[in-house]
Ligand binder design. Structure first.
Ligand code: 0WD
Length: 256
């Protein structure tokens, strides 16, 4: 029997076959979870529907996390069809493109800062607030994706650094509050992986090359490896782990 047999999971952030959320969904499916998906906009709808169908999933809902109404509608729909939720995966990050090339203070704007924090950090708390009632009476688990730029001034990561630092603080505050309801909240800090979001960061290729050279394992990580760690963290095997940032980065964060 799989690690996640009998669990109902909502996975956000599938944008392509290279998305980290795609790797997570494949691992969850292999481990026996039933999965619902969301897509950000009509452009992604058919792609996500096709992928969901390949994993035997019928629940595919629109969700732009900038819209509170859509968040409520997603949770309302899951309440109706599933009657509850065991796992929430938040694999969403965004900053306006011009914020991600050039030096931090030279390109930073009030609006760029606001959007990056809203979409990349507040949205996890917003989804957590809305998912909480659905997790009542079940040992729920919430998971988000972060990056080393939260704790180090990684060149070119710019405003996403403060946004990820805020997201990691969210993990701790949410975990502290939700623990008494049996809900665990964690993050995976993934090493650089070539996805659509990553392509927006200028100099991303040199980040990949640097990580490959310096990481103890002498390579980059894959979405399959992040997926496997996510399956573990959201399973009952990780029942004693909450408020944690788990690095899945071939060891890069411990060197240099
Ligand atoms: O190297 C990397 N790829 C790393 C990514 C290293 C460490 C962490 N991460 C994080 C990202 O910051 C993000 O939080 O992992 C998460 C997933 O990122 P990803 O898989 O690298 O990126 P991608 O495949 O592009 O999926 C992110 C998706 C968006 O894709 P696009 O490229 O279309 O912006 O997040 C979604 C969107 O589908 N997204 C939203 N979803 C709902 N509402 C919104 C929104 N407002 N904005 C972006």
């Amino acid at each position: 029997m799989g690690l996640l047999a009998g669990k109902k999971a909502l996975i956000t952030g599938v944008a392509s076959d290279r998305s980290i959320a795609t790797g997570i969904a494949e691992a969850f499916h292999r481990e026996g979870a039933e999965i619902a998906f969301t897509y950000q906009n009509d452009r992604l709808k058919s792609r996500v529907e096709e992928f969901a169908a390949s994993l035997g999933s019928k629940i595919v809902l629109p969700l732009d996390v900038a819209e509170d109404r859509q968040i409520d509608e997603v949770m309302g729909e899951l309440g109706k069809t599933w009657g509850g939720l065991d796992i929430l995966v938040h694999s969403i990050g965004f900053a306006p493109r011009e914020q991600l090339s050039g030096k931090y203070l030279d390109v930073l704007t009030r609006e760029g800062f606001r959007i990056a924090h809203d979409i990349s950090s507040y949205s996890f708390a917003a989804l957590g607030k809305a998912a909480r009632p659905l997790m009542r009476g079940r040992s729920g688990s919430m998971l988000t994706l972060t990056y080393l730029g939260a704790v180090r001034a990684v060149p070119m990561y710019n405003v996403m650094g403060p946004a990820k630092a805020s997201l990691e603080a969210n993990v701790r505050f949410m975990a502290a509050q939700l623990g008494e309801e049996g809900i665990r909240v964690n993050a995976i800090s993934a090493g650089p992986i070539k996805t659509l979001a990553a392509a927006g960061i200028s100099g991303f290729r040199s980040m990949l090359a640097l990580a490959e050279k310096a990481a103890p394992l002498k390579r980059n990580v894959t979405i399959e490896e992040v997926g496997n760690a996510a399956a573990f963290l959201c399973s009952d095997l990780a029942s004693g782990i909450t408020g944690e940032i788990l690095y899945v980065d071939a060891g890069y964060n411990i060197v240099g």
